[in-house]
Design a protein around this ligand. Structure first.
Ligand SMILES: NC(=O)C1=CN([C@@H]2O[C@H](COP(=O)(O)OP(=O)(O)OC[C@H]3O[C@@H](n4cnc5c(N)ncnc54)[C@H](O)[C@@H]3O)[C@@H](O)[C@H]2O)C=CC1
Ligand SMILES: O=C(O)CCC(=O)C(=O)O
Length: 630
């Protein structure tokens, strides 16, 4: 097999470093100048005009050097500032610069005085750096540049590359005009638009390939890299108006994130899910068996809420898809709304308010009562139920609760062992049971008839838990004095028209499933859930997964990590370990967690091993998913 020699030509400013060096120099030289901001903006504008090819490069350089008013003595400060500004993915792939030193050059329209010391740390010696040089006055002032250097002229990189007369393929990696014209002119064979620090439309339009970081460049070229898979290749789809912090957090970590403000229907999701690695939803998107069947790349489904009923957890598990949720982030928000609604209902506040809106003054104490001393019946004494119990007691209510599980009573709350007993004594019944299907029509005609006459019902759990027809009838007949409902058997996918049988009934508070919709809760969810996603994708941790064996892994230090998800069938671990033994791997740790259906085994090993083992592990019968992390 004949392998062509490749030459990798790196631009410096905004590619190897995150910044334009002359902009940084301006910050240094102009720090005490009262017109600093104005001059810096002028320099940035001139730089951009040059990069985009709007003015000649020589002209841009002359103008900037004049405005800079710099001295040789400023260069040491510039170099130490630039050392801290090396692009993140360049820094993490230092080994590439060492291992491929013979193939790497820097060609820059910047200056060797600051480029040489930065790239020396990346194994690139001065004779492989092609750049301009400054001209100094006797007092050290920078007064110009070497006008004979082709790199001080328009299209200088083309000339420079021609003069170098390199053998083999030439790949140019850069962020601006001077880089992509090398490809256009034919002197370079491939141009990679490097967008880690800045993405310019003209540059990306003229690229053979867009590289959001060096990982992508190395991946495309099948070169060794410090990260197993470029994160920009991992697609995350966030539906249902998930808080923007989630987008920021995940895209800052390097993932490609798309957001859609509404939920998607099953058909829409089936179409969209094909390329998606991580799906983020709230309560309105159903991840059905059919969706899972179509989701060949899907690794994670994350519910940016508490409930996970909308997700086929078993189907996900059987396909090796890990599901996370946010079990506590909106708990307090639901509790505060419940408390507020209980008070509003018992004071008929919405009725009084509606009357005034309709131009009617109706000052009355009839049917208006304090909550103090009243009996609150909490059904479902979980996270929300317990927190509500504490706050309600603080308001002076007598708290009773009913739960199928034997849970500890907080404060002075009293456990009631039969639902009908709780219904019979409560002035207000509030529902906080979970979203499992068995809870359908949990409160129907019979249960309502067991409630006290004139009691109130609050439902902030799930719509299907209450038989809406029976509730409407009880409100109309006066059996119940009022209700607060946040959740409905059928909820629309997006904001717009919505009709319910409860519409127009007096003393009924209707809200559009906003129990958990507070800024605090959504922000907290947007922090919590992405952390779980990142912990799984970046290191394999499944702590807090709702459908998967939970495993907390130690940090992966200078090792490769094999993550093997398989059907939990007899003998499979023996097969995996037989292969690991056959390839004589230097294993530093192995972690296993199983449930009746799947097993999840993680093996940490020394970086040097026969890569054939990967294929062998992938082919073990019963393997669901396998990946390597480093
Ligand atoms: N309206 C909204 O925006 C929000 C609604 N929710 C709903 O609130 C529900 C409760 O949330 P958490 O307290 O965090 O859940 P949780 O899982 O901590 O508590 C649920 C409790 O209900 C109990 N339970 C389940 N079925 C029962 C039954 N038939 N009879 C008696 N007890 C039963 C369980 O044993 C558990 O203790 C969620 O599942 C979700 O459906 C949650 C957050 C926001
Ligand atoms: O606000 C949401 O997205 C749904 C809230 C909810 O019902 C939940 O967290 O289970």
């Amino acid at each position: 097999m004949i392998t062509t020699k490749r030459n990798y030509i790196f631009d410096f400013d905004s590619t190897l470093t995150r910044v334009e060096a002359l902009d940084v120099l301006a910050e240094i030289t102009l720090q005490n100048n009262p017109n600093k901001e104005k001059i810096i903006q002028e320099i940035i504008d001139i730089t951009n005009l040059g990069i985009d090819g709007e003015i000649s490069f020589t002209e841009s350089l002359e103008k900037r050097i004049k405005l800079l008013n710099a001295n040789q003595s400023d260069l040491a400060n510039l170099v130490s500032a630039l050392k801290k500004q090396v692009s993140a993915s360049i820094e993490r792939n230092k080994e590439f610069f060492k291992d491929f030193a013979d193939d790497i050059y820097v060609i820059s329209c910047g200056f060797k005085e600051f480029i040489d010391p930065i790239v020396a740390a990346y194994n690139i010696p001065s004779d492989r750096v092609f750049a301009n040089t400054f001209e100094f006055a006797n007092d050290g002032k920078i007064i110009g540049f070497d006008a004979n250097n082709p790199l001080s002229q328009h299209n200088g990189k083309i000339k420079c590359l021609k003069d170098m007369d390199l053998e083999g393929e030439i790949q140019v990696i850069g962020d601006g005009y001077s880089d992509y014209v090398t490809r256009k002119s034919g002197v370079a064979h491939k141009f990679f638009a490097y967008t880690e620090n800045i993405s310019r439309v003209k540059t990306t339009e003229n690229a053979d390939h867009i590289a959001p970081n060096l990982d992508e460049f190395l991946y495309v070229n099948k070169l060794p890299r410090n990260i197993s898979y470029p994160k920009n290749r991992i697609k995350i789809l966030l539906l249902e108006n998930v808080h923007p912090d989630a987008f920021t957090k995940l895209s800052t970590d390097g993932f490609s994130v798309e957001t859609v403000s509404r939920s998607l229907s099953e058909d829409e999701l089936i179409e969209k899910i094909k390329d998606v690695h991580v799906l983020g939803i709230r309560s309105k998107t159903n991840v059905t068996q059919k969706v899972v069947d179509a989701a060949d790349k899907l690794m994670v489904v994350s519910a940016f809420c508490i409930g996970t009923k909308q997700i086929d957890l078993e189907a996900c598990k059987e396909k090796g898809i890990v599901v996370f949720n946010a079990p506590y982030s909106n708990t307090r928000s639901v509790v505060e709304l419940a408390i507020g609604e209980i008070i509003m209902l018992m004071r008929s506040v919405f009725q009084r308010s509606t009357e005034i809106h309709n131009g009617q003054w109706n000052k009355t104490a009839d049917g208006s009562r304090e909550v103090r001393g009243k009996k609150l019946g909490i059904v479902g004494y979980g996270n929300i139920g317990k927190q509500l119990s504490i706050l309600a007691e603080g308001l002076g209510m007598d708290v009773y609760y009913y739960d199928v599980e034997d849970t500890l009573a907080l404060g002075n709350a009293t456990k009631v062992s039969k639902l009908e007993d709780l219904l019979a004594i409560s002035d207000v019944v509030t529902l906080h049971i979970d979203d499992n299907a068995a809870n359908k029509n949990f409160i129907g005609e019979t249960e309502i008839s067991q409630m006290k006459d004139g009691a109130y019902l609050v439902n902030l759990s799930r719509g299907f838990v209450v038989d809406i027809k029976a509730l409407a009838a009880a409100l109309k007949s006066g059996k119940l004095a009022g209700a607060a409902v946040d959740v409905y058997p059928e909820e629309p996918a997006k904001n717009g028209e919505f009709l319910t049988e409860l519409k127009g009934l007096p003393n009924v508070i209707l809200t559009p499933h906003v129990g958990g919709s507070t800024e605090e809760a959504q922000r907290d969810i947007a922090d919590f859930v992405p952390s779980k996603i990142m912990a799984y994708i970046n290191s394999g941790n499944t702590v807090d997964a709702v459908n998967f064996p939970n495993i907390r892994l130690p940090r992966q230090i200078k090792s490769h990590r094999f993550l093997h998800i398989h059907k939990n069938v007899p003998g499979i671990m023996a097969k995996i370990n037989k292969i690991l033994a056959k390839y004589d791997l230097n294993i530093s740790g192995q972690y296993l967690s199983t449930d009746p259906k799947v097993g999840y085994v993680i093996t940490d090993l020394d970086k040097e091993y026969n890569k054939e083992v990967i294929d062998k592990l992938r082919k073990v019968e019963g393997t669901i998913k396998f990946r390597v992390l480093y």
